[in-house]
Design a protein around this ligand. Structure first.
Ligand code: NAD
Ligand code: UDX
Length: 473
C-alpha cells in the first residue's frame, strides 16, 4: 500500500523528531503528530523556534522546513487516527510506580489507551507501528484489543523500535546504522512491512533496513540498550580500580578500544549513565527474565544497574570525603544538570542523584546548565520526595551565569559534558573560589593538568586520586 497519510501518537523526544524527519524526507506524505498534552503541542506549533519542547541540534531547521507543508502538530487525536493509513505509537512507557512489577516492569497503560482509541475510532484498514520501546510480546496485546473491536477492520501491527540518541537525534535519524522492522510472516504482514520499508527507503539504503519477526524486533531494542549500558558500567567499574592503582581509565579505554573486537565507542567513564531509556529498559529486561524464572539471566543484567547506582553514589561520597568529611553549609557548584550534552532532557540524570546525596549532607548547591531551566531542576528534586519543595528551594539555586554560580564555592562538580565548560576562563573561576579550590570532574572533560597549573586540586573519574596529588605536592 502506498502510504500518503501518517499519524503519530505522542509528540515527545521520539515522536517529534522522528516524524519531522519523515516529513522532511517524504514531502508527499502528510504527517500529523498528536498528543494529549496541549502545552507540548502549542510549543511544537510556536513560531518562535526557541520555544520548541525538544532541544536537538538541527531540529528547528527541519521543523521550520516541513511544518505547515506536510507536518502538523495537533491535539485532535481522533481525527488524525481516522484519516491515517499508518499510525505510529510513540507514547511514554516508563517503569511502573505501583502494583505488581513496581520499580521493574514497563507501565503499558498509555500504550493500551492508544490501542483502545484506535480500535474505537478507526473506520478503515490501518497499519499500527510500535515506535515506543516495549516488552517482548506487547504486539500480541495490541492485536487482541484491535481484533476484538468488532468493526471488521484489518489491522497489521509492526514493531519499529527507535535507536536515536538524544543530542544527535537529527543525525541519527538521517543516517541510522540500521532501521529495524518486525512484522507478521503472512502475506498481509509482509505487505505492511513493505509499506514501511518504502517510506524509510526514501533516504535510507535498502541494505540498512532490517526486517524480522515482531518478537525479535521488540526484544532487540531492549537488548541493544542493555549492551550499550553494560559497556558503560564495565568501564565505570574499572574506573574505581584505576583510582586505587594509578592506572588511568582513559588510557585503559583507549588500549582496549583499539582491539577491533571491542571497539572504541561507549567506553567513556562517567559519573554514571542517565537518560530515560537505559535504566528503564534494563529493568524491563530483568523483570521479563524473572517472570520466565530465568534467575541467573535476570541477576546478570541487574548488575549493570547496581554498578551504575554505585558510581553515582561513590562520586557524591567522594566529594564529601575530600571536603574534609563534611559539606554541611558548604557551597558546591554543579556544572551541568542534563543527562548528557546537547539536550535539555534531565530524565534519570546522574546530577539529580548526586545532588540528592549532597543535600542530605546539608550542602548548599548552585547549578548552571546551558539548556536546563530552573523549574526543571526543582521538579526533578521534588519528584524524588526526599524533602519538601520549600527545603529544596532553600538549599539549591540555579544560575544563568557559570562564573556567578562558581563564585564563593568550595568545590565544582562537572556533571554533564557540555563543550562550553572546556573554554571557560578557569583562572577567573579559581580567583572567585574558596581555597583549596577543588574540581570533581564526573565526565573527564576538563584539562586536569592545565587546571592544576592554575592551582586547582582536580579529581577526574578513574584517574589519580586527590590524596595522591596532595602527597605529590
Ligand atoms: P515522552 O514522554 O517525551 O513523550 C511521550 C508523549 O506521549 C508525551 O508527550 C505524552 O503526553 C504522550 N502521550 C501519552 N499517552 C498518550 C495518549 N494516549 N494519546 C496521546 N498522547 C499521549 O517520551 P519519549 O522520550 O518520546 O519516548 C517515547 C517512547 O520511545 C518510549 O517508549 C521510549 O522508551 C522510547 N524511546 C525513547 C528514546 C529517547 O531517546 N527518548 C529513544 C528510543 C526510544
Ligand atoms: C540511548 C541509546 O544510545 C539510543 O540508541 C536509544 O535509542 C536511547 O537510549 P540516549 O539515552 O539518548 O540514547 O543517550 P546515550 O548517548 O546512549 O547516553 C546515555 C547515557 O550514557 C548518558 O548519560 C551518557 O552521558 C552516558 N554515557 C554514554 C557514558 O557515561 N559513557 C559513554 O561512553 C557513553
Amino acid at each position: 500500500m502506498q502510504i500518503t497519510n501518517i499519524c503519530c501518537i505522542g509528540a515527545g523526544y521520539v515522536g517529534g523528531p522522528t516524524m519531522a524527519i519523515i516529513a522532511k524526507q517524504c514531502p508527499e506524505i502528510k504527517v500529523t503528530v498528536v498528543d494529549l498534552n496541549e502545552a507540548r503541542i502549542a510549543a511544537w506549533n510556536d513560531q518562535d523556534m526557541d520555544n520548541m519542547p525538544v532541544y536537538e541540534p538541527g531540529l528547528s531547521d527541519v521543523v521550520a522546513q516541513a511544518r505547515g507543508r506536510n507536518l502538523f502538530f495537533s491535539t485532535d487525536v481522533d481525527k488524525a487516527i481516522d484519516e491515517a493509513q499508518m499510525i505510529f505509537i510513540s507514547v511514554n512507557t516508563p517503569t511502573k510506580t505501583y502494583g505488581s512489577g513496581k520499580g521493574m516492569g514497563a507501565d503499558l497503560k498509555w500504550i493500551e489507551l492508544c490501542a483502545r482509541q484506535i480500535a474505537r475510532v478507526s473506520k478503515s484498514n490501518k497499519i499500527i507501528v510500535e515506535k515506543s520501546t516495549l516488552p517482548v510480546r506487547t504486539a500480541e496485546a495490541i492485536k487482541d484489543i484491535l481484533q476484538y473491536a468488532g468493526n471488521d477492520i484489518e489491522f497489521q501491527v509492526l514493531s519499529n523500535p527507535e535507536f536515536l540518541a538524544e543530542g544527535t537525534a537529527v543525525e541519527d535519524l538521517l543516517n541510522p546504522d540500521r532501521v529495524l522492522i518486525g512484522g507478521d510472516s503472512s502475506p498481509e504482514g509482509k505487505r505492511a512491512i513493505e509499506s514501511l520499508v518504502e517510506i524509510y527507503n526514501n533516504w535510507i539504503p535498502r541494505e540498512r533496513i532490517l526486517t524480522t519477526n515482531v518478537w525479535s524486533s521488540e526484544l532487540s531494542k531492549l537488548v541493544a540498550n542493555a549492551f550499550l549500558a553494560q559497556r558503560i558500567s564495565s568501564i565505570n567499574a574499572i574506573s574505581e580500580l584505576c583510582e586505587k592503582t594509578e592506572a588511568d581509565v582513559n588510557e585503559v579505554a583507549r588500549a582496549i578500544g583499539m582491539d577491533s573486537r571491542i571497539g572504541p565507542k561507549f567506553l567513556k567513564a562517567s559519573v554514571g549513565f542517565g537518560g530515560s531509556c537505559f535504566q528503564k529498559d534494563i529493568l524491563n529486561l530483568v523483570y521479563i527474565s524473572r517472570s520466565f524464572g530465568l534467575t541467573e539471566v535476570a541477576d546478570y543484567w541487574e548488575q549493570v544497574i547496581i554498578m551504575n547506582d554505585h558510581q553515582k553514589k561513590r562520586f557524591a561520597l567522594n566529594i564529601v570525603r575530600k571536603l574534609y568529611n563534611t559539606v554541611s553549609g558548604k557551597k558546591i557548584a554543579f556544572l551541568g544538570w542534563a543527562f548528557k550534552k546537547d539536550t535539555n532532557d534531565t530524565r534519570e540524570s546522574a546530577a539529580i542523584y548526586v545532588a540528592d546525596y549532597l543535600l542530605n549532607e546539608q550542602a548548599e548547591l548552585r547549578v548552571y546548565d546551558p539548556k536546563v531551566v530552573e523549574r526543571q531542576v526543582y521538579a526533578d528534586l521534588d519528584y524524588l520526595g526526599s524533602r519538601t519543595a520549600e527545603q529544596n528551594r532553600a538549599s539549591i539555586g540555579v544560575g544563568a551565569d557559570p562564573y556567578e554560580v562558581c563564585k564563593g564555592a568550595h568545590a565544582i562538580a562537572v556533571l554533564t559534558e557540555w563543550d562550553e565548560f572546556k573554554d571557560y576562563d578557569w583562572e577567573r573561576i579559581y580567583d572567585g573560589m574558596l581555597k583549596p579550590a577543588k574540581i570533581f570532574d564526573g565526565r573527564n572533560l576538563l584539562d586536569a593538568d592545565k587546571l592544576r597549573s592554575i592551582g586547582f586540586i582536580v579529581q577526574s573519574i578513574g584517574t589519580k586520586s586527590l590524596k595522591k596529588q596532595l602527597v605529590a605536592v
